[in-house]
Design a protein around this ligand. Structure first.
Ligand code: GDP
Ligand code: MN
Length: 408
């Protein structure tokens, strides 16, 4: 769960395409592979099935931009497919979405090669301002859509779906003609609008937060095919999608976030230098704002947030605090708790247990307020730990910024 209380469940391209197929969104033939042998066998099978000796070997990681990074390669024989698979599998794939260290490739997807006439972009998101699903389409497919949005915003066509009506036929045609698909024939326009309807149904039924096809192509024979598939789900809907568990790939997830999740905590990793232990997403955001307000121009910002929520027990608090302590980015820790259901003495006991167990090598500022606050403060005072007590949030922010500045 993110700061706003919603987060995305991410899946691989090949998993997204399996879902596409169920809803009638056309995809190339393809098979996932976990080994080079499997990739070779898949290539052989595809070439036999399609009678065309061209396959595409694609790295499966939860990040886009794989093509540019060398994670998508064409092969013109079974042997070539093997060689290409050998070079991609296990590589550290760096793209604009992976961060500087890249992501290790552990899965491949081997797909039939298609003759591309033109690449388009097609995406769907939830537009929170308009409270509607928005579909976006562009003739500038195959490139980073963020760049298109910045440099040529007029090249992105958008429609908003009225939830009571659904995707209207005129809207689908508007996108089709906006992309110039009539130039490929009436059939192609019809194939596109059918695909759009399928995607809309998929987006709603599967509780998507994002669906991106970049590129959606027109083939030389006038067919519409999704060459790429990026699907994110809204994790607030997790309770009605038990199948998401099987789609998860823990190798692709932040190990600390996984550890937090397993402990029933919510963790968000950020780029700054202050570890924050808070309760509730609202307080997390307010804490972030006040730290940035007080210390932003001195380079002070949150490194992470551990949200212990409303009813964490001492064990969970200890776990949370020790996770913050272990992060090498953390130069100081700010505990900012408003104890309502959460009791201040439980927080204090957890903090003391973790700090004593692991050793506290960075400054610790604690602002506690609410239920059992006096008992909580007493536990902290009696602990013998070097803790700076803060009377208010603003006082706490000032103290934490001063502590980081002093240690720098
Ligand atoms: P991304 O770079 O992570 O977005 O990966 P994509 O799946 O979008 O692949 C990158 C690029 O590889 C696409 O934009 C296409 O130009 C190319 N590509 C992918 N599949 C095929 C294919 O079947 N045939 C051809 N000719 N090119 C392909
Ligand atoms: Mn793509």
């Amino acid at each position: 769960m993110g700061l706003s209380g919603a987060a995305n469940v991410k899946i691989h391209e090949y998993q997204g395409k399996q879902i596409f197929a169920r809803y009638g969104v056309p995809i190339p033939k393809g098979y996932p592979a976990f080994t080079v042998d499997e990739a070779e066998a898949n290539a052989k099978k595809l070439i036999e099935e399609t009678r065309v000796p061209i396959v595409v070997v694609k790295a499966q990681i939860h990040a886009g931009g794989r093509g540019k990074g060398g994670g998508v390669k064409l092969a013109k024989s079974t042997e070539q497919a093997r060689a290409v698979a050998q070079s991609i599998l296990g590589m550290q794939l760096i793209t604009h979405q992976t961060g500087p260290d890249g992501q290790k490739v552990r899965r491949l997807y081997v797909e039939q090669g298609l003759d591309i006439a033109r690449e388009f972009y097609l995406g769907a998101v939830i537009d929170r301002d308009k409270r509607r699903i928005a579909f976006m389409a562009s003739t500038e497919g195959g490139v980073e859509i963020e760049k298109v949005a910045e440099e040529m915003p007029e090249k992105i066509l958008t429609i908003h779906i009225d939830p009571a009506v659904g995707l209207a036929a005129y809207q689908a045609r508007k996108l089709a003609y906006g992309l110039g698909l009539q130039n490929y024939g009436k059939e192609t326009v019809a194939k596109f609008t059918k695909t759009l309807h399928a995607l809309h149904t998929l987006f709603v039924k599967e509780d998507c937060s994002l669906c991106e096809i970049n590129p959606l192509i027109v083939t030389k024979t006038g067919d519409i095919v999704a060459l790429d598939a990026k699907l994110n789900f809204d994790d607030n809907a997790e309770y009605r999608h038990p199948e998401w568990k099987d789609l998860a790939d823990h190798d692709e997830e932040d190990p600390v976030e996984l550890e937090a999740k397993a402990a029933g905590l919510s963790y968000v990793s950020l780029d700054g230098n202050i570890g924050c232990l808070v309760n509730g997403a609202g307080l997390a955001m307010a804490t972030m704002d006040i730290i940035k307000h007080v210390g932003g121009d001195q380079g002070v910002a949150p490194a992470n947030f551990l949200d212990v929520g409303g009813g964490a027990n001492q064990e969970q608090v200890t776990k949370a605090f020790s996770m913050i302590l272990r992060s090498p980015k953390v130069k100081a820790i700010f505990v900012n708790i408003f104890g309502g259901i959460m009791k201040c003495d439980v927080i204090a006991s957890g903090v003391v247990a973790a700090a004593k167990g692991l050793g506290l090598s960075v400054p610790l500022v604690v602002r506690l307020e609410g239920t059992n606050v006096d008992l909580g403060r007493k536990i902290l005072n009696d602990s013998g730990l070097a803790i700076q007590a803060a009377s208010t949030m603003a006082d706490g922010a000032a103290k934490i910024v001063a502590a980081v500045s002093a240690s720098a």
